[in-house]
Design a protein around this ligand. Structure first.
Ligand code: UDP
Length: 316
């Protein structure tokens, strides 16, 4: 296949580039590098099956020749990113998805949308199944991301129904691993960086809120299977292992031998979901997929990467 990956220089996009290249496909990565980082794909320079195009996908996308699949992963994705880049977040979810779908239609390509557990908002149903419609505040701080992704799902289904585009929608739950941005403000890079510096981990609120963290390789496997499957309706991909943020902090401190403990800060933003856990029965059924990596195993692969990254920046 010849595959276009938007957001190809991002955390998830770059791992997808690696996977598709490893499977023998040809990959075009597209990114405007506002939250993506060229370092994530630097190792692919010189690979004759890989091309990088710097482009903002909210503008018309031109690709010469055939395209067999488009994976639309371009978007700011962490709460502090979309607080800083609210308009760009809305534009890439809405206009960018429209442009990427237009390209899919023109090329007869299969289209896979990176959606998110944020479509469920601060959920009142637990764990979250794909059939849950969500509990989203459109004008809250997360609204720019949540509503853009909800619109993106709607336009993806519309292109499927009205234009016959072969579409897939993955709802991605919290994912971590190498190449996450040190300063994207999310709990995994924050805690690991603080722990490696021997600082106390900053727990926002009382730490009773929960998240379910999946290791990036598991997600990439789920996405690869979904693209090749026949499933048009959204599929959750996440690890059902659920932890409070306080428990998560204790695990990070233990794995890094950090004696500094935790510090509680009143920094929870409005609409920060209190619980989040994927119901993955559908992924098990239609993709024969389930996560293989436990939280601790994933952290043991991720912590060394952050140690190196901090070292490269002279911050350790
Ligand atoms: N959080 C925290 N300390 C940090 C960063 C985040 O306690 O240094 C909390 C945050 O308030 C949220 C959870 O950890 O409840 C997960 O936040 P993250 O930004 O990773 O992503 P989210 O799942 O909220 O999109």
């Amino acid at each position: 296949m010849r595959v276009l990956i938007t957001g190809g220089a991002g955390f998830l996009g770059s791992h997808l580039c690696d996977r598709f290249l490893a499977e023998g496909h040809t990959v075009i990565a597209m990114d405007n590098l506002i939250t993506g980082n060229a370092d994530n794909i630097a190792h692919l320079a010189g690979n004759e099956r890989f091309t990088f195009i710097k482009h903002d996908v909210t503008n018309y996308i031109f690709i010469e020749g055939d395209v067999d699949a488009i994976l639309h992963f371009a978007s700011p994705a962490s709460p502090i990113d979309y607080l800083e880049l609210p308009i760009q977040t809305l534009k890439v979810g809405a206009l960018g998805t429209h442009k990427a779908l237009g390209l899919a239609k023109a090329k007869g390509a299969r289209f896979l949308l990176a959606s998110t557990s944020e479509v469920y908002g601060d959920p009142q149903v637990h764990p979250q199944q794909e059939t849950y419609y969500g509990h989203v505040n459109p004008i809250g701080p997360r609204g720019v991301y949540d509503e853009a992704k909800r619109f993106a799902e709607a336009i993806t289904m519309a292109y499927h129904t009205y234009h016959g585009v072969e579409t897939r929608i993955v709802r991605i739950f919290n994912t971590f691993g190498p190449r996450m941005r040190l300063r994207d403000g999310r709990v995994v890079p924050n805690f690991i960086a603080q722990a490696l510096r021997g600082e106390a981990l900053t727990i926002y609120g009382d730490g009773s809120q929960t998240r379910s963290f999946q290791y990036v390789d598991d997600l990439i496997e789920g996405i690869y299977r979904l693209l090749l499957s026949d499933e048009v309706e959204p599929v959750n991909i996440g690890n059902p292992g659920e932890f409070t943020i306080k428990e998560f902090a204790e695990i990070v401190n233990r794995l890094t031998d950090n004696p500094a403990g935790v510090v509680y800060k009143d920094l929870r933003t409005k609409d920060d979901p209190q619980v989040r856990q994927p119901d993955i029965a559908k992924a098990r059924r239609v993709l024969n997929w389930e996560p293989r990596t436990t939280l601790e195993e994933g952290l043991k692969k991720t912590i060394p990467w952050f140690r190196e990254e901090l070292g490269r920046r002279g911050e350790l």
